[in-house]
Design a binder for this molecule. Structure first.
Ligand SMILES: [Mg+2]
Length: 234
């Protein structure tokens, strides 16, 4: 059966692993205080601060205490919606100023373009927020890639180790699971996707020295590739 949609992970799959943890996270930890102080009057920032104040019972005028909570949430990687919104704003400003670019492996865009020309729809499923995903592909080392994707899913849909999440994606894009391929560097995610009936491909980048693709290939229930050009869809 022809694969009609492809869903990809980001970190370790289309892009280098560690970008969120090593670049984005520390950047937001360092700059969130300055950003909030400088932009507190702006509507979206104010809206997030009001919700955080409600949630934590810290009075809105005690901005420095709210900032300390935000910093702690960043360190603990707390999945708080308002934090993610503020981080998205901090990152957007930094990307625009050219502080960093999102690393995408150079083999990826060409293959995604080919799939798109073959009238297959492309989706992203990542732990990071939809906003962070869109920024990632807008300011990537391979240029603005946003137009390649028909939709984005993040962990608000469900955790990546839960087969239900993949079933939900297939349902959301209105395709039987067997017509959807999930591509990732993470065995647990791939197992969950396969359990939901999706086709899978395991990307093991040469940069990931913890796994030997040749050895994994012998035992893996998922086809193993080292770059996107090797992926066989149908
Ligand atoms: Mg990954």
């Amino acid at each position: 059966m022809k694969i009609a949609a492809i869903v990809t992970d980001i970190e370790g799959t289309t892009g280098g692993s560690g970008f969120h943890h090593d670049v984005l996270m520390p950047y937001s930890l360092k700059h969130i205080a300055g950003f909030v102080r400088e932009h507190q009057e702006e509507r979206d920032v104010m809206r997030a601060l009001v919700k955080i104040s409600d949630r934590t019972h810290i009075p809105l005028h005690n901005l420095e205490a709210i900032i300390r909570v935000l910093q702690q949430w960043i360190r603990d990687e707390e999945p708080v919606t308002e934090l993610k919104a503020l981080q998205g704003m901090v990152w957007e400003k930094a990307y625009k100023q050219g502080m960093f670019q999102a690393h995408v492996y150079p083999d990826v865009p060409e293959v995604l373009q080919r799939w798109q020309q073959e009238e297959r729809n492309l989706y992203v499923y990542s732990r990071e927020s939809v906003k962070a995903q869109q920024l990632f592909y807008r300011y990537s080392t391979e240029g603005d890639m946003r137009l390649l994707f028909s939709g984005h899913y993040d962990s608000t849909l469900g955790p990546k180790d839960d087969p239900q999440s993949y079933a939900r994606i297939a349902e959301a894009i209105a395709l039987p699971p067997q017509r959807v391929m999930y591509i990732s560097d993470d065995r647990v995610e791939l197992d969950a996707a396969a359990q939901a009936g999706l086709k899978t491909t395991w990307v093991i980048r040469p940069q990931d020295t913890s796994l030997d693709p040749e050895r994994v290939r012998l035992k893996s229930p998922h086809p193993v590739v080292t770059q996107f050009g090797e992926i066989v869809l149908d």
